[in-house]
Design a protein. Structure first.
Length: 220
């Protein structure tokens, strides 16, 4: 495969073009008008939330309604997340994100034939209660960007997957001290799921100022 260095601004531009084209096709899908469901996956240190946020305005400028959903707004209640302790990496890996809620409230309604009525957030983890967010109507041809960690490999129905890859050294260097306990979960994800092997777009993000796209062909 070929590693192509790219500036952060050009990365956003290229992703915007690709997603805008796919969203246009989704609007006239044979199975019924749909929205484009995009995963922007990566450890917090990789900046998945920030990349997804940077895509919102450019996609809207191309005529596509956009909803950005953060996986951290779809966490399970504290009584379930912290059942094995607040810093248990296996629990973080297996049980923190409410995948059923994310599918029910966001991904299924955005599917072909879906209602397009999406819930931007389900749970306020700080207050440990329902977020009480209002539903948002996303028109066919719209884009829902779901950003967060450990999103791939669990069967969630995304149409396009973007994975921000960090080397083990960069992951450890860039992860805040208070979050170092979660590193075994990201190691497990890399070994068991291997998201870089199947994501539609893989971005090497060791240096946020100098990302690189991983493309088929050429030499590594």
């Amino acid at each position: 495969m070929r590693i192509r260095p790219i500036s952060p601004d050009l990365l956003v531009t290229e992703l915007t073009g690709r997603l805008a084209d796919a969203a246009t096709r989704a609007a006239s899908a044979p199975a019924g008008p749909a929205r484009l469901r995009v995963a922007v996956d990566g450890a917090p240190a990789a900046g998945a939330d920030e990349l997804a946020a940077a895509l919102v305005d450019p996609l809207r400028a191309q005529g596509h309604p956009v909803l950005h959903v953060r996986a951290t707004d779809f966490l399970r209640p504290a009584s379930l997340r912290f059942e094995l302790g607040r810093t248990n990496p296996d629990s973080f890996y297996e049980a923190w994100v409410d995948e059923a809620g994310l599918r029910r409230e966001v991904l299924d309604p955005a599917a072909p034939g879906g209602s397009g009525r999406l819930l931007p957030s389900l749970w306020d983890a700080d207050a440990d209660r329902a977020s009480r967010a209002r539903y948002v109507d996303l028109a066919p041809g719209g884009v829902v960007l779901v950003s967060g960690s450990l999103l791939l490999g669990g069967g969630l129905p995304f149409d396009v997957t973007v994975h921000l890859e960090l080397s083990p050294a960069a992951l450890r260097r860039r992860t805040e001290a208070a979050q170092q306990w979660a590193l075994p979960a990201f190691d497990r994800y890399a070994e068991e799921v291997v998201p870089a092997s199947f994501a539609d777009v893989v971005v090497r993000a060791d240096d946020p100022r100098r990302p690189a796209l991983v493309e088929p062909g050429g030499n590594d």
